[in-house]
Design a protein around this ligand. Structure first.
Ligand SMILES: C[S@@+](CC[C@H](N)C(=O)[O-])C[C@H]1O[C@@H](n2cnc3c(N)ncnc32)[C@H](O)[C@@H]1O
Length: 217
């Protein structure tokens, strides 16, 4: 079948697994013993994920960067039943779980997104759900995502925004980098379509869902 205009042909993600980067090895060390309990333990922490569905409705091709155990992939599949859906995850144990989840017609690739170009094709939505704050090379990842979007496509970013010092310190221990740099990058390079901020658990932290469109659509 001919790809639709703007959606370039791609290789099958499972067919190519690049060697682990330093970041991917760090993520694997972090999640190796947590992968089995991740879904249960993160439920009260990674708030707002049900809101991702409305952001991908009607999409033709959706990528989730840092898909973890693949919890969102089923959500994305349900919201965009006809779309090509791909998850990229750099920690081996998490990618394995995402694959085992067996969401119909979802492809999962194990790779460090932003470290190198990947043969993924093009997307009209790219989702970062609580992954952007864990990517030290976030500007490379966001540049890569912008170039993986078709013109008029959108990045959908859900993440922590701010927390009082003791909670911020705990998040940092968990590999989460707070601060405005990632949000500033989005506002400086893309057109913000929607931005919603919420308070978690009476003020323990704040999180934000942003939809940002690639200019020139
Ligand atoms: C907090 S988890 C969130 C998982 C999932 N997105 C969710 O909302 O349930 C962040 C995930 O991003 C992955 N990750 C971090 N940096 C990444 C990168 N550069 N490329 C791919 N995955 C990455 C981590 O290994 C981890 O599984």
């Amino acid at each position: 079948m001919e790809p639709a205009r703007g959606f370039t042909p791609h290789m099958t993600p499972q067919s190519t697994t690049p060697p682990d980067t330093v970041h991917a090895a760090q993520m694997e060390r972090r999640y190796r013993w947590q992968a089995a309990t991740f879904d249960l333990t993160r439920r009260p922490l990674l708030l707002g994920r049900s809101g991702l569905a409305e952001c991908v409705r009607g999409a033709r091709a959706v990528l989730e960067v840092g898909c973890g155990t693949g919890q969102n992939l089923a959500r994305l599949r349900a919201a965009a039943p006809e779309a090509r859906i791909v998850g990229v995850e750099c920690a081996r144990s998490m990618a394995r779980r995402a694959r085992r989840r067996a969401v119909p017609r979802v492809e999962v690739m194990q790779a460090d997104y932003g470290a190198a170009a990947l043969p993924l094709g093009a997307f009209d939505r790219i989702v970062f759900s609580y992954s952007l704050s864990m990517i030290p090379h976030f500007a490379d990842a966001l540049r890569r995502a912008s170039s993986d979007l078709v013109p008029g496509g959108s990045l959908v970013v859900l993440d922590f925004v701010a927390a009082p010092p003791p909670i911020a310190a705990l998040l940092r221990l968990g590999g989460v980098e707070l601060g405005g740099a990632r949000w500033e990058w989005l506002a400086g390079h893309l057109a913000i379509q929607d931005s919603r901020e919420r308070v978690a658990w009476g003020g323990l932290w704040r999180y934000r869902l942003v939809v940002a469109e690639k200019r020139g659509g």
